[in-house]
Design a protein around this ligand. Structure first.
Ligand SMILES: C[S@@+](CC[C@H](N)C(=O)[O-])C[C@H]1O[C@@H](n2cnc3c(N)ncnc32)[C@H](O)[C@@H]1O
Length: 260
């Protein structure tokens, strides 16, 4: 069942504190994706960029370091607040934060580039057309080809009999582009995300994910059992933490306007 607008905001706000944010780890996922965009032949330097469903800013701020101006659009004020705090720390003043659902944001002018990483709102004709229509030069889209549910999730999902959902499908976007006569380039990216949580973060994350599958109140003892497999006493400089290695298969899709 579709979430109501309030449920949507609430869901993403609850995910904000444990969502990947700007980081400078060499070779991190965001660096890898942006390098692949540049290897395709697109540059962010001096451009105007709309980051759709920008989240807590793992891409926004790296793009802003090169771009002229970035608009970070997201329905979740708490995701954007994290990004904004990091922008202030980095001294970046060229990011405008817009708290709105995508269907309520219609800019007067095109951006040079539109960028959408894993935004679940880009699933229908109107929103996909809008992503392309808002770009003067190119639209960049990231969606899953597949992924392995992180850490304890497979065991928890089996116990509570819930099916994995894939919200952002790269292959669906490719099919839509083909069906609508749009040329594009697709690059499969494969790797492993490593998520590291302390106990409170791990519990919060499990609750949020399960709640999204309609599981309101997971059994605390079972949750502990599932998490125990992922405890690494050496993580976080010996303080100990839960470490979830998550294989991902992502589709990077680049659509370019023929006569910009
Ligand atoms: C999976 S996160 C991706 C965040 C970021 N792009 C990244 O890759 O790190 C999806 C984001 O889309 C946002 N979102 C979901 N539905 C939206 C909508 N209808 N309009 C705007 N943002 C939306 C969520 O709040 C969330 O921040």
């Amino acid at each position: 069942m579709e979430k109501t607008p309030d449920e949507l905001v609430d869901f993403w706000n609850r995910r904000a504190s444990t969502f990947p944010r700007y980081n400078e780890t060499a070779g991190c996922y965001a660096d890898r994706v942006l390098a692949a965009v540049e290897a395709h032949g697109l540059s962010f330097a001096g451009k105007t960029v709309l980051d759709v469903g920008a989240g807590s800013g793992q891409f926004t701020l790296k793009i802003a370091k090169k771009a002229k101006r970035v608009v970070a659009l997201d329905v979740s004020d708490q995701m954007l607040a994290i990004s904004q705090a990091d922008a202030i720390n980095l001294g970046l003043a060229n990011v405008e934060y817009v708290v709105k659902p995508i269907n309520e944001y219609r800019p007067a002018q095109r951006f040079d580039l539109t960028f959408a990483s894993m935004c679940p709102a880009l699933r229908d004709d109107d929103s996909r057309r809008w992503l392309l229509e808002s770009a003067q030069e190119a639209a960049i889209y990231l969606g899953f080809i597949d992924y392995v549910a992180p850490g304890p999730m497979p065991r928890l999902m089996e116990r509570y009999q819930v099916e994995r959902k894939l919200f952002n499908s790269g292959p669906d976007m490719e099919k839509w582009l083909k069906d609508n006569g749009h040329g594009f380039a697709g690059y499969p990216l494969e790797g492993t995300w490593t998520i590291i949580y302390d106990r409170q973060e791990a519990l919060h994350w499990c609750h949020t994910m399960l709640n999204d599958y309609g599981v309101g109140d997971p059994d605390p003892a079972f949750l502990d059992q599932c998490l125990a497999d992922f405890w690494d006493p050496a993580a976080r400089d010996g303080a100990g933490a839960y470490v979830f290695d998550t294989p991902y298969f992502v589709d990077l899709i680049v659509w370019e306007r023929k006569n910009p």
